[in-house]
Design a protein around this ligand. Sequence first.
Ligand SMILES: [Zn+2]
Length: 308
Amino acid sequence: MKGRFAPSPSGRMHLGNIYAALLSWLSVRKAGGKWVLRIEDLDPQRSKEQHARMIEDDLQWLGLDYDEGGYDACNGLYRQSNRHNLYLEALKKLNESGLTYPCTCTRAEIMATQAPHQSDGRVVYSGKCRPQTMPSTYSQIEQAHATRLYVPDKDIEFCDTVFKRQRVNLANECGDFILRRADGAWAYQLAVVVDDAAMGITEVARGCDLLISAAQQSYIYSILGLKTPQFAHFPLLVNESGQRLSKRDKSLSMEHLRTKYTSQQLIGHIAHAAHIIPHAEPCEPRDLVELFSWECIPATTSLQAPLL
Ligand SMILES: [Zn+2]
């Protein structure tokens, strides 16, 4: 069993990240598995080495030890920015499947299409650039336009550990989606599948805002002939107004939290909010391993964050 924590080094960790890391870590430790730290720095503008170093420091301070990965491991191969060749390899395979095609739409064109927008702001791609007949014979790699992956108009099914049976029709939820942008940047969906498969990840635990992504990723796994990991999506922590915790809220940043609380107090508060313990008593992550089970975590989209 192998799980992972895959933060973007775009700022200091905050309460929501600690909660996500704790649940993934507990699931791995309970199963006697390995926990991997992967640095998701695909966005060079927002990613900074100093942030990655602080994430490592914060995890250590919290008592969430990892067995593999981190900024320096294997000459930086646990950083997505160093994994271009693996993504290119996967893209070639996807092109060979005949299910990809070039998209020349501008952002404005995509936003202006008649296809419905999802409530969370996602836009369903209209299929404007989709070839008349699929499979296509698209094989260009060094392109000046985006590459999209055709999605069938049928349900993709998987069983989530927390949310149980899921049926997602990608044609309705997102339409044909991007694998690589026109500027050469890799899409999250492709990079995550390639990395999780290459690193032997068997459990992907993360916030339930990524449930639709799990269907997209399952679809990519199936085309590449790779084994899909078990997905465990958990409710997002929200503030008193029901809003998702944000990096902008400085009081929930580790920078602030570490001056105000001990790591044991913080872990206790989070474990209580996650329904793992009945009272917010200070504790070490390792004290929670025996108490933790995915059964503790309610299958709701949000949980009240501890009032810190
Ligand atoms: Zn297009």
